[in-house]
Design a protein around this ligand. Structure first.
Ligand code: SAM
Ligand code: SF4
Length: 468
C-alpha cells in the first residue's frame, strides 16, 4: 500500500530544509536490518540530517523493526509507547519529533501501526525505504504517511553510495546485502510476506560496493541475504552467477582479507559453494546453516525441502572439503505437532554435528503463515522446557569448541580497543571475540594469534608476530 505521490518538492533544497536536524536509527533483528539502517543513514545524510548519538538529540527517530517472532513485534510497540511520551513532552516546549517505523513490522502491519500508536508519523517497508526523504518531507505537512509498496524500481539503484566517513564509523567489518526476499515459504516464517520474493543484485553493483568499502578501510565483508546461497545475480555479460561465483569475484577485490556469507538454506548448498571453502583462501571456515529440526516428520511439516540425512550429508561433504570448518545453526522447538520423540531427534542431530555456536527459538505462531492455524499447537510450558534443554546442549557445545581452540593459531581481524588499556579485540574466523595485548595500531589489521585462554564469552590470544 502506498500513499506517496511521485514528488512533492516544496522548492527548498533538501539540505537547507533539514539543516541542524539529526536522525537516530535503531535497528532490531537481523543483519539485513543493520545493513538497511546504514543505507537509511546514508539517505538521511544526503538530505542534510546529522547523525544523532541517541534518542535525546534526535529530531527524527527511526525504528527499523523485526517481525519474525511475536516478542520482537511487542518490543517495538512498547518502545513506541515510550517515544510517544517523549514526543508529547517535547511538543509542550515547541520541539517537533518525527517518529518513523521501518522494516518488517512496518511491512506486515502497515496502517495497523498508526491505529495502535497514532504518534507515529511515517511507516515505511523494507522495499521502499529509498523513498524515505520524500516521506519525511510529506510528514512535515501531515502525519500518518505510509509506504509499504514493493516498487518495481530497484531499491538499491536509488540509494546513494555510502560516504567514506560514514563507512569508517562502522568499523573494519561490513555487511553487503546481495540477495533479498525468499521463495521457500517455510510454514512458520513471515519473511516471504514481509520481504517479498527472491531477488539478487547484479554482480557489478555488489563489487562496486565492496570496492568502496575496502577503499574506506573495511577488510572483512559478509555477503548477506535472507537466503543468500540462492543468489543468482547477473554478470555484465548477462550470465547468471551463483554465490560461489560472486565469492570468487569478491575475493579478488583488493583489500578484501576475509569473506563470509549468511544465511544459507540447506537446499541451496550447491557443490560449487562447498568447493569455494577449499578454493577461496579468504573465505572463512565457518558456515551458518539453519536446520530448524532434527525430525524428518517436522521438517516436512515445516516445508523445509531437506531431510535430516540431506543436512548431515552437506555437513560431511563440507567437512571433507574444508576440515577446519565449524558450523552454526538455527533451531525451532515446539513446532505444532512436535512430540517428545521428535524433539529427542533434534537433540541427536545437534550431538551428531557438534556446533560451534547456535540460536534456538520457541516456535512463535505468526498470523498469515500456514503454521499459525495448524493443529497440535503446544503449550508455552512445553516449549520453554524443550528450549532450555536444547540451549543447555548448544551452550556445552559452544564452550567445548572454544576450549578446543586453545593452543591453535587463528587469523584474527582486530576491530576495536579492548575494555582495558593496552588491549585490542577482534574476531576469529569462527566469529569468536578474541582479546589480546597490543597497540591500537592493530585495529584494522588481520594477523595470526595464538589462543591462550577461554573466558565465558570470549577467547584470550597472543599476537604471534606483531606487524612492524
Ligand atoms: N533463511 C534462513 C533459513 O532458511 O533458515 C533463516 C532466516 S529467519 C529470518 C531466522 C531464523 O528465525 C530462522 O532460521 C528460524 O529459526 C527463526 N524463525 C523464523 N520464524 C520463526 C517463528 N515463527 N518462530 C520461531 N522462530 C522463527
Ligand atoms: Fe524464512 Fe529462511 Fe524459510 Fe525463507 S528459507 S521462509 S527466510 S526460514
Amino acid at each position: 500500500m502506498s500513499e506517496t505521490a511521485t514528488s512533492e518538492n516544496n522548492g527548498s533544497a533538501p539540505a537547507a530544509r533539514s539543516q541542524g536536524k539529526r536522525v537516530f536509527i535503531k535497528s532490531f533483528g537481523c543483519q539485513m536490518n543493520v545493513y538497511d539502517s546504514q543505507r537509511m543513514a546514508d539517505l538521511a545524510a544526503l538530505e542534510g540530517y546529522g547523525e544523532a548519538e541517541g534518542v535525546d538529540d534526535a529530531d527524527v527517530i527511526v525504528l527499523n523493526t523485526c517481525h519474525i517472532r511475536e516478542r520482537a513485534s511487542e518490543k517495538i510497540y512498547s518502545e513506541l509507547g515510550k517515544l510517544r511520551e517523549l514526543k508529547d513532552m517535547r511538543r509542550e516546549t515547541g520541539r517537533r519529533t518525527v517518529l518513523v517505523v521501518a522494516g518488517c513490522l512496518a511491512q506486515a502491519e502497515g496502517g495497523e501501526i498508526l491505529r495502535r500508536q497514532p504518534a507515529v508519523d511515517v511507516v515505511v517497508g523494507p522495499q521502499s525505504y529509498h523513498r524515505l526523504p520524500e516521506l519525511l518531507r510529506k510528514a512535515e505537512v501531515r502525519s500518518g504517511v505510509i509506504d509499504t509498496d514493493f516498487p518495481v524500481e530497484d531499491k538499491f539503484s536509488h540509494l546513494p553510495a555510502s560516504r567514506p566517513d560514514s563507512i569508517a564509523k562502522r568499523g573494519v567489518a561490513a555487511f553487503v546485502t546481495v540477495q533479498e526476499g525468499c521463495d521457500k515459504f517455510c510454514s512458520f516464517c513471515i519473511v516471504p510476506y514481509t520481504r517479498g520474493s527472491e531477488a539478487s543484485r547484479p554482480v557489478s553493483a555488489v563489487l562496486e560496493e565492496i570496492k568502496r568499502l575496502t577503499a574506506a578501510g573495511v577488510c572483512e565483508v559478509m555477503l548477506i541475504g535472507q537466503n543468500v546461497n540462492a543468489y543468482h545475480g547477473l554478470d555484465q555479460a548477462g550470465r547468471v552467477t551463483t554465490l560461489a561465483g560472486l565469492i570468487a569475484s569478491a575475493a579478488a577485490v583488493p583489500g578484501v582479507r576475509r569473506l563470509r556469507y549468511a544465511t544459507s538454506h540447506p537446499d541451496d548448498m550447491s557443490a560449487d559453494l562447498i568447493a569455494a571453502h577449499r578454493e577461496v583462501e579468504t573465505l572463512a571456515p565457518f558456515l551458518h546453516l539453519p536446520v530448524q529440526s532434527g525430525s524428518d516428520r517436522i521438517l516436512a511439516s515445516m516445508n523445509r525441502r531437506h531431510s535430516v540425512a540431506d543436512y548431515l550429508d552437506i555437513v560431511a561433504r563440507t567437512r571433507a572439503t574444508r576440515p577446519d570448518i565449524a558450523f552454526s545453526s538455527d533451531f525451532i522447538v515446539g513446532y505444532p505437532g512436535e512430540t517428545e520423540a521428535d524433539f529427542e531427534e533434534t537433540l541427536s542431530l545437534a550431538r551428531a554435528v557438534g556446533y560451534a555456536s547456535s540460536f534456538a527459538f520457541k516456535f512463535s505462531a505468526r498470523p498469515g503463515t500456514p503454521a499459525f492455524g495448524m493443529d497440535g499447537q503446544l503449550d508455552e510450558s512445553v516449549k520453554a522446557k524443550r528450549l532450555a534443554r536444547l540451549q543447555l546442549l548448544l551452550e556445552e557445545q559452544r564452550q567445548a569448541f572454544n576450549r578446543a581452540c586453545v593452543g591453535r593459531r587463528v587469523e584474527v581481524l582486530f576491530e576495536k580497543p579492548g575494555r582495558r588499556p593496552g588491549q585490542v579485540v577482534g574476531r576469529s574466523p569462527y566469529m569468536q571475540a578474541v582479546h589480546a595485548e597490543g597497540p591500537l595500531s592493530l585495529v584494522g589489521v588481520m594477523t595470526e594469534v595464538e589462543i591462550i585462554g577461554v573466558g565465558s564469552n570470549s577467547l584470550r590470544g597472543r599476537v604471534v608476530s606483531p606487524p612492524s
